[in-house]
Design a protein around this ligand. Structure first.
Ligand code: HAM
Length: 444
């Protein structure tokens, strides 16, 4: 095969048809559970003012500092106000939309979900892409531990639906209020005075810009030092502790398993109180399949009224990887019921109408309308694993018949041409027909 001249950009990938069956299966599971719980779908632009991400996710987070894809056009190259970025996630955009469209007027909480591509200029490696897909669920406008518990329960159901829940653990923590974290951050900074030299370079930088990130550092030296450092839970207020305990009680009530992880802080600045992540049992925090938490300060960061919020995003590529590891076969409806083969100009004309009629009746039909020999058309029918073939040669046209071949049994018979459609429908069984139409969808 010739070497391709063009390839996908680094960190991106084509989702080929085989992988799309997994994508579709996962999206269906998400949509199904969202519909059951009254979530409504929202779609926001793929790019937004970059300010939106800087203010909410945080200027000193990896996502904003290193990973934003900036969008420049010929028209905005001199104007900072018009700096755009590809969305690295959905939450900030959804909250922007909530404020912009006055959704505080709606009954609260407003429950929204989005599915689509996000962009982070990460160093590409296994499970880390520059374009990846997320599903994001957001519950905005009310704060109550029962909402946190319900969201987590719903996610458990989605992971059960795609049959990977038992490959994951759900790690949970409460990071308190912004004031709690400020006090803790300054205690942490004090603790490290004189010890900076013992920290790896990256963590020395983090200590200056975002000290909380030290807690989930993968560096062994940092983890050893942290053993004698003050811990976040010493700074969490009574109210947050109570919130957390009630949430855990609710999770117990729902039979939702969790692992309490006092070091879980998450890499985005907008969180307070509850944070949680789903980890692979073996690889743990590396390549989490999803994460979320409560983000009560976010609306104000965007200039809105104080409004509590809670949400979660799952990384679809990572979930699909888990499904494949678990040996899950994504069901698909791409099978071919009938392959129509023809020879000669009259047969071709008649087959065009026949193919169209079969498809309209819900029969998955392929037809080779090129000029190939009947033998090579039958080879194609085999390759597509067609259940039946309908074969129309010049002789059959003259006789007003068509050959119906059962591909599995290797048996064939001649039937009247105008009986071809009802005969196929009888053989397949009316309940096997794919008769979905747009009209069904509109409930007409
Ligand atoms: P996040 O933890 O930054 O949270 O991302 C959520 C998930 O997206 C990750 O757990 C991971 O599965 C996937 N993901 C992130 N970056 C990449 C990447 N470079 N390649 C592949 N997958 C990736 C958020 O985005 C928050 N908005 C979640 C949230 C919603 N919090 C509240 N509401």
């Amino acid at each position: 095969m010739a070497e391709a001249q063009f390839r996908t950009p680094k960190g991106t990938h084509d989702i080929l048809p085989d992988d799309h069956t997994y994508m579709t299966y996962l999206k269906k599971a998400v949509r199904h559970r969202c519909r059951q719980a009254g979530f409504k779908r929202i779609e926001t632009p793929i790019f937004e003012k970059k300010d939106i991400f800087e203010r909410t996710i945080g200027e000193h987070t990896d996502i904003v500092e290193k990973e934003l894809f900036l969008v420049k056009s010929h028209h905005n190259k001199n104007d900072d106000d018009d700096d755009f970025a590809l969305r690295p996630e959905f939450t900030a955009s959804i909250c922007r939309s909530y404020i912009e469209h006055g959704m505080q007027q709606l009954p609260q909480p407003v429950e929204l979900y989005a599915i689509g591509p996000c962009f982070r200029h990460d160093r590409p490696q296994k499970g880390r892409y520059r374009q990846f897909n997320q599903f994001s669920l957001e519950v905005i406008g009310l704060s109550d531990p029962s909402l946190d518990a319900q969201l987590i329960h719903m996610l458990n159901k989605i992971f059960e639906d795609v049959r990977i829940r038992d490959r994951l653990t759900m790690q949970i923590n409460n990071v308190g209020t912004a004031e709690n974290r400020e006090e803790y951050t300054s205690a942490l900074k004090d603790f490290f005075i004189g010890k900076e030299r013992n920290l790896p370079e990256l963590d020395r930088k983090r200590l200056k810009t975002n000290p909380l990130r030290l807690l989930d550092s993968k560096e062994e030296d940092t983890q050893i030092l942290l053993k004698s450092a003050p811990t976040l839970d010493q700074f969490i207020g009574e109210e947050s502790k109570e919130y957390h305990n009630i949430l855990l009680e609710f999770l117990d009530e729902l039979g939702a398993e969790y692992v309490q992880n006092p070091n879980l802080v998450r890499g985005l600045d907008y969180y307070n109180q509850t944070v949680f992540e789903y980890w692979d049992i073996e690889t743990k925090g590396k390549n989490a399949v999803g994460g979320g938490g409560r983000y009560d300060p976010l609306m104000e960061m965007l200039g809105g009224q104080p409004t509590p919020g809670l949400g979660f995003a799952g990384g679809m590529e990572r979930i699909i990887w888990q499904m494949k590891q678990a040996g899950v076969q994504a069901p698909n409806k791409d099978h071919v019921d009938v392959f129509v083969a023809q020879l000669g100009p009259d047969a071709k004309k008649m087959c065009l109408a026949l193919i169209s009629e079969l498809r309209d009746k819900g029969v998955h039909t392929l037809g080779a309308l090129g000029e190939a020999s009947l033998k090579s058309q039958m080879r194609l029918a085999d390759k597509f694993k067609a259940r039946y073939s309908l074969i129309l040669g010049q002789m059959e046209v003259k006789e007003g018949v068509i050959i119906l071949r059962d591909m599995e049994a290797g048996k064939q018979k001649k039937i009247p041409f105008d009986k071809a459609v009802p005969e196929i429908i009888k053989l397949l069984g009316p309940d096997k027909l794919d008769t979905y139409t747009l009209r069904d969808h509109m409930g007409e």
